[in-house]
Unconditional design. Structure first.
Length: 166
């Protein structure tokens, strides 16, 4: 590998991330496939011109409306998740719940307890199954108990979010 001068690194990253995004495609048919139940054809799963259009739409909303609320929401979530009842803690669970709380508080206007409560109860099992399906693609091929449970939980999550949005 060639040695990169530290002063050129920001320029190179800018070229890759901002100028070359059309050269990279998303693996929707394999990697994103399990998540399509939740994500649909939104900004995360779209690419090229469709992605650019969605990105421009969301960018303004994010900068003007949402970005200023992130610090206070993060602090609120942090204080909610830093009370420990045991000597051992699972940072994975804490950070996953805190991230879920911040995102759902900002985007869905949920209180931290609701984020981890009803929404988390519906969202987290679906995401865990999606992750399992990425690592073991055969899980989505067999119509067994886990497939039916995933389908049922996905429908319930979609219904819950649809009711919130409406």
């Amino acid at each position: 590998l060639p040695i990169i001068d530290q002063s050129t690194l920001p320029f190179l990253l800018h070229q890759i991330l901002h100028k070359s995004h059309t050269k990279f495609t998303k693996d929707i048919h394999f990697t994103y496939s399990p998540f399509l139940t939740i994500l649909g054809s939104g900004i995360v799963t779209s690419s090229s011109a469709r992605w650019r259009k969605k990105r421009q739409t969301y960018s303004k909303i994010m900068r003007i409306t949402i970005l200023p609320t992130i610090p206070s929401t993060t602090l609120s979530s942090y204080s909610h998740f830093t009370t420990f009842e045991t000597d051992t803690i699972d940072l994975n669970v804490i950070y996953r719940n805190m991230t879920l709380s911040i995102i759902s508080s900002i985007l869905l206007s949920l209180e931290p307890t609701e984020c981890v409560g009803n929404f988390g109860r519906l969202y987290l099992p679906v995401m865990e199954e999606c992750n399992r399906r990425v690592w073991d693609p055969t899980r989505r091929l067999f119509f067994n108990r886990s497939w039916r449970k995933f389908y049922r939980e996905g429908k319930e999550l979609n219904r819950y979010v649809t009711d919130l949005v409406e």
